[in-house]
Design a protein around this ligand. Structure first.
Ligand code: SF4
Length: 410
C-alpha cells in the first residue's frame, strides 16, 4: 500500500511522465531554495509561533511577532548554501517588506486571536480515503495542516496560509480540494466533537480569505476523484513494472504551461530531440535529407494540403451551382473535364433517437463507425468497465503528426 501526498497527485495530473521521473524512477533533482520559499517558511513559522503563544494564554505584541519574523528569516537565510536568485530586479529587502506586511495585516485583523481555540499547528496527518476495503486496497493520503481551530459552535476550521502573489480565480480548485480532503481526516479523527467542518484559505498578500463549509456533497465527489486518480496511478505502476524494459507509455507525456520549468526536460521524449545533432535519413526511394529539413517540409506540405482542401471545396461549390443553373451534367476545361452527378443522402434528425432505433432493430453494428479518439475518451472517463475494455478492445499503437509553427522560445 502506497501513501500519497497532494503534491504527488498534483504532479501526476500535471504530467504523468514527470510523475514517473520524480516518484517512480526517483531521479535526483537538485533542490534549490528560493526567496519565495524562504518567505513562505518564515511567515508560516512566525504564525505558528504566534498561535503557540496564544494557546498558552499569552498574546504577544505586534512588535514581538514582527521581531520573530525577522529572527526566522535571518536563520533561514543563513541555512542556504547557494546564492539566492532574485527575479525581476527584486531584493531581499522587498521580500522582508512583504513578510512584514503580511504579519502586520494579519495581526490587525485577528488580534486578540480569540475567535477560536487552537487544536494544533503544523499538524502532520495520514488518513485513508476508503475505510471499508482490505489493507491491500487501502488508499492513503498524507499532508500538513497549517492550523486547526475549534469554534464555540462545534465547528472545526482548517486554516491554510498562502504567501504567493497570485490570487486564485473562482474556478481554481486545487487548494480547495486539498483542504476538503483534509476534512476527511478531521471527520475520522474528531467526528464526535464536531457538527461542521470548514476550510479557510488565507491569501496574505491580498489580506483576503476564502472560507467554505465541507459538507458531504462537497467531500464525497472529491474523495471519489482522488480514489480514481490513485487507482489510475497504481495501475500505471503495475504496467510500468511488469512490462519488458519498462513500458514507456505507462506514464505518458502531457505538454503543459510548466514544461519550461520542468527539471526533467532534457530526458522527456517531448523535448529530447532538441538535444540531437541533425541526422540524414533516406526517403522516397533514393532521396536523402536531414531530419530537420524533413520536419519543416512536412509542416509546409500539410499547410499547403489544408489550403488546397479549402480551395477545392470553394471551387466545387461554385461549379455545382453553375451546373445546376445551366442544367448540364458535365463541365469542360482546357485540360480536364468534370462529370457532375447528383444523388440523395440521409442524415439523422435526432442522432440519439436514431441510434436507439438501430439498436432496437439489430442494425446498429452495421451502421456504427466509432472514431478511435471517442473510444479513448470513454475509457478515460471510466464509462467503459475494465471487462469490456479487455473483451472488445485491443491496445494498438497509433501515430499522429501535427505540424505547428515553430516558437522562438520553449
Ligand atoms: S517537460 Fe513537460 S511533458 Fe516532459 S516530463 Fe516535464 S512536464 Fe512532462
Amino acid at each position: 500500500m502506497s501513501i500519497y501526498s497532494f503534491s504527488q497527485i498534483w504532479v501526476y495530473q500535471q504530467c504523468p511522465k514527470k510523475y514517473q521521473f520524480q516518484y517512480i524512477d526517483k531521479l535526483e533533482k537538485e533542490f534549490k531554495s528560493s526567496p519565495d520559499l524562504i518567505l513562505g517558511t518564515s511567515v508560516h513559522s512566525c504564525l505558528e509561533w504566534l498561535y503557540q503563544q496564544v494557546n498558552v494564554f499569552r498574546i504577544p505584541t505586534k512588535e514581538e511577532v514582527l521581531n520573530k519574523f525577522h529572527e526566522i528569516w535571518e536563520k533561514e537565510i543563513k541555512e542556504v548554501w547557494t546564492d539566492l536568485l532574485y527575479k525581476w530586479e527584486q531584493t531581499a529587502e522587498d521580500y522582508i517588506r512583504r513578510g512584514e506586511h503580511y504579519i502586520n495585516d494579519y495581526y490587525e485583523k485577528y488580534s486578540p486571536f480569540n475567535q477560536s481555540k487552537v487544536i494544533g499547528t503544523e499538524m502532520m496527518l495520514t488518513f485513508d480515503l476508503n475505510t471499508d476495503g482490505d489493507e491491500k486496497n487501502k488508499k492513503s493520503f498524507r499532508g500538513i495542516i497549517d492550523r486547526l481551530d475549534k469554534q464555540d459552535d462545534e465547528t472545526f476550521v482548517i486554516n491554510d496560509y498562502k504567501t504567493n502573489k497570485q490570487l486564485p480565480t473562482a474556478d481554481d480548485t486545487e487548494y480547495r480540494e486539498q483542504l476538503t480532503l483534509y476534512g476527511l481526516w478531521i471527520r475520522q479523527k474528531y467526528g464526535k466533537y464536531l457538527k461542521t467542518i470548514k476550510a479557510k484559505l488565507h491569501f496574505l498578500h491580498f489580506d483576503e480569505f476564502d472560507e467554505r463549509e465541507i459538507t458531504d456533497e462537497v467531500l464525497n465527489p472529491i474523495v471519489e476523484k482522488y480514489t480514481k486518480l490513485i487507482e489510475e496511478i497504481e495501475k500505471a505502476k503495475v504496467q510500468y513494472a511488469e512490462s519488458f524494459n519498462n513500458d514507456k507509455n505507462a506514464f505518458p507525456t502531457k505538454a503543459n504551461n510548466f514544461c519550461k520549468f520542468c527539471e526533467y526536460q532534457n530526458l522527456c521524449p517531448l523535448f529530447l530531440h532538441m538535444n540531437y545533432w541533425d541526422e540524414t535519413v533516406s526517403w522516397w526511394e533514393l532521396w536523402e535529407s536531414s531530419v530537420k529539413k524533413l520536419v519543416d517540409r512536412y509542416a509546409e506540405v500539410s499547410k499547403q494540403a489544408t489550403e488546397l482542401d479549402k480551395e477545392k471545396s470553394a471551387i466545387k461549390e461554385v461549379l455545382v451551382e453553375y451546373a445546376k443553373e445551366k442544367h448540364v451534367e458535365q463541365l469542360f476545361g482546357n485540360t480536364s473535364d468534370l462529370g457532375i452527378s447528383s444523388g440523395m443522402n440521409y442524415s439523422a434528425k435526432d442522432k440519439e433517437k436514431f441510434i436507439q432505433y438501430l439498436k432496437n432493430h439489430g442494425l446498429y453494428d452495421k451502421a456504427a463507425d466509432i472514431p478511435f479518439h471517442k473510444i479513448n475518451s470513454l475509457i478515460k472517463s471510466w464509462d467503459l468497465p475494465e471487462e469490456s475494455i479487455n473483451e472488445y478492445l485491443e491496445w494498438k499503437k497509433s501515430r499522429k503528426l501535427t505540424p505547428k509553427k515553430k516558437k522562438d522560445a520553449i
